[in-house]
Design a protein around this ligand. Structure first.
Ligand code: ATP
Ligand code: MG
Length: 448
C-alpha cells in the first residue's frame, strides 16, 4: 500500500497551510502583467511532440533528455509541456491572433514537466509564470518586458537578484560564431560528452549550457558571442541597454548566457539569486524572432520570459519576505443542540452571502471542543447559540484576539454583526491614532 500514499519523485504537494502564499504571488504577477497589457492565455498541458522538438529545438537538453513523451492510444506522439512558449506561439498561429492588433501580449501560469534530477529548486513537475509578446522587433519591447519582471520582484519585496543580460545575435552573426565555437571545441573533442559531440556538428552553442562538469569547464574559455554579433544586433543590444538605463533598472552584461532553448535570438536575460543554492536562476527569457517561422507561421519577431514559481517561493522563504496573511474566519458559531445548529447553518449562509468567512460545528462536538477548534483555526470572533439564546433572542459575540464582547440581537444578527465588525475596526484605528473619549464615541455613533 505504500505506493499510493507517496507522490512521484520530483513532484510536490502544495498544502493548505502554504497555498495562499502561492495564490497571492501568482495573482500579483498576473495583475502587474495586466498593467502592461498582458492578458491570460491557457493552453493544453500536452501537445504534439513535434511542437517542442521544433519549437524548443532538438539539440537542447530539454528535448534530448528531459521530455515526458508517450504514444497515446491512437498512436500519436504526445509530450507534456516542458515550457510555455511553444504552446502559446502555437495558439497564436492557430487562431490567427497575428491578424489582431500587434503586439499581442499574453501571460500564463502553467505546470511544466521535465525529467530532470530532482533537487532543491529542480523538480519534474514545476510551475511557471510566463509572458509572451508577439509581433515586435523593437528593443523598447525587450526593455519593457524586463521592466515587468523587475517590477514584479520589486512589488513582492524580493531582494538581491541580479539581472544578467546578453545578446546572442541573429542567424547572420550566428554563422560566424558557430564557426569560432566549432574550431574551439574541435580542439577539445576528447573531453566532450557524447551529446555534445553530436551538438558540435549540429548546434555548437548548445555545448555552452551542457550541465556535464567537464563540458562546463571547457566551455568557460570558449569564444564569447558578444564578440561576434553583427552591427544590427549590436545596435539593438545598445538600445535595450539605453532603455533599461532610462528606467533605472540595473543589470550586468554576462556574455556567457546563451539560455537553454534553441529559439532565442538577440536579447537573452536571467534574474539570478545566490541565496537558493545551485538552482539560482529564478527567471529567464529573451527574444525568439525565428520561432513563428520554425513552427510554420510567417515571420513574427517576439519575446518572453518565464519565472519559476517554486524557485521564487524558495527565495521568499530564504529572505523571510513578508506576505499578506491568510484570510481569517470572521466568525465561528458555537452551538448547543440541534435547533441551535440549524439556526447557525442559516446564519452562516446569509453572513457568507454578505462576504464574511463563517464556520460552525459540523462534528457534533462539545462546546469546549468547539471553542478549542475556533481557537486553533484562529477565528476572529465566536458566538455561542444554545436553547437559552434561542429563547432570549440575544447572543454574545466574543472577540478572540482581544478581550471585547458584545450582546447582539439574534433576529437582526447579520446587520448587527457587520456593524460590530466596523466598530471594532474603527476602535483599532482610533487606538492607533491615540483617539479616545468624546471623539471616539462620536465616530462610533456614526456607524449606528
Ligand atoms: P536551468 O538552467 O536551471 O535548468 P532552464 O534554462 O532550463 O533552467 P527555463 O527553461 O528558462 O529554465 O525555465 C524558466 C524558469 O523555470 C527557470 O529560470 C526556473 O526558474 C524554472 N525552472 C526550469 N526548470 C525547472 C525545474 N526543473 N524545476 C523547477 N523550476 C524550473
Ligand atoms: Mg534546464
Amino acid at each position: 500500500m505504500a505506493l499510493v500514499t507517496k507522490a512521484i519523485k520530483g513532484t510536490q504537494d502544495l498544502l493548505p497551510c502554504d497555498s495562499y502564499k502561492n495564490r497571492f504571488v501568482e495573482q500579483t504577477m498576473l495583475d502587474i502583467a495586466a498593467k502592461f497589457g498582458f492578458k491570460e492565455i491557457r493552453t493544453p498541458v500536452f501537445e504534439h511532440t513535434e511542437l517542442f522538438s521544433r519549437g524548443v529545438g532538438d539539440t537542447t537538453d530539454v528535448v534530448q533528455k528531459e521530455m515526458y513523451t508517450f504514444d497515446d492510444k491512437g498512436g500519436r506522439s504526445i509530450t507534456l509541456r516542458p515550457e510555455g512558449t511553444a504552446g502559446a506561439m502555437r495558439a497564436f498561429l492557430e487562431h490567427g491572433l497575428f491578424n489582431e492588433p500587434l503586439p499581442q501580449k499574453v501571460s500564463y501560469l502553467t505546470s511544466c514537466y521535465r525529467y530532470e534530477k530532482p533537487q532543491a529548486g529542480r523538480l519534474r513537475e514545476f510551475h511557471q509564470f510566463g509572458v509572451e509578446c508577439f509581433g515586435t522587433a523593437a528593443p523598447a519591447a525587450d526593455a519593457e518586458l524586463i521592466c515587468l519582471a523587475h517590477q514584479i520582484f520589486n512589488f513582492l519585496g524580493i531582494e538581491g537578484l541580479t539581472l544578467e543580460l546578453n545578446s546572442i545575435g541573429c542567424p547572420t552573426c550566428r554563422k560566424l560564431y558557430h564557426k569560432a565555437l566549432r574550431d574551439y571545441f574541435e580542439a577539445h573533442r576528447a573531453q566532450l560528452c557524447p551529446t555534445c559531440l553530436d551538438r558540435l556538428e549540429r548546434n555548437p552553442m548548445r555545448i555552452l549550457d551542457c550541465k556535464n562538469p567537464e563540458c562546463k569547464e571547457i566551455a568557460q574559455n570558449a569564444p564569447k558571442v558578444l564578440d561576434y554579433i553583427c552591427s544590427d544586433c549590436a545596435a539593438h543590444f545598445d538600445a535595450v541597454k539605453r532603455h533599461l538605463d532610462a528606467m533605472n533598472i540595473p543589470y550586468v552584461v554576462n556574455p556567457t548566457i546563451v539560455r537553454g532553448l534553441d529559439y532565442y535570438t538577440r536579447t537573452v536575460f536571467e534574474f539570478v539569486s545566490t541565496q537558493i543554492g545551485a538552482q539560482g536562476t529564478v527567471c529567464g527569457g529573451g527574444r525568439y524572432d525565428g520561432l513563428a517561422e520554425e513552427l510554420g507561421g510567417s515571420a513574427t519577431p517576439s519575446l518572453g520570459f518565464a519565472l519559476g514559481i517554486e524557485r521564487l517561493m524558495l527565495l521568499i522563504q530564504a529572505q523571510n519576505t513578508p506576505l499578506p496573511e491568510e484570510e481569517k474566519t470572521d466568525l465561528f458559531i458555537v452551538t448547543m443542540g440541534d435547533d441551535a445548529n440549524c439556526r447557525a447553518a442559516q446564519l452562516a449562509c446569509s453572513l457568507r452571502e454578505n462576504g464574511m468567512t463563517v464556520q460552525y460545528d459540523v462534528l457534533g462536538r462539545s462546546v469546549k471542543a468547539q471553542m478549542k477548534y475556533a481557537n486553533k483555526i484562529k477565528a476572529c470572533n465566536t458566538v455561542v447559540i444554545g436553547d437559552s439564546e434561542l429563547e432570549s433572542g440575544v447572543v454574545t459575540v466574543k472577540d478572540m484576539e482581544g478581550d471585547g464582547s458584545a450582546q447582539l440581537p439574534l433576529a437582526d444578527f447579520e446587520d448587527a454583526f457587520e456593524r460590530y465588525l466596523i466598530q471594532a475596526e474603527l476602535r483599532k484605528i482610533a487606538d492607533g491614532e491615540g483617539m479616545e473619549g468624546a471623539d471616539l464615541s462620536q465616530l462610533l455613533t456614526k456607524t449606528e
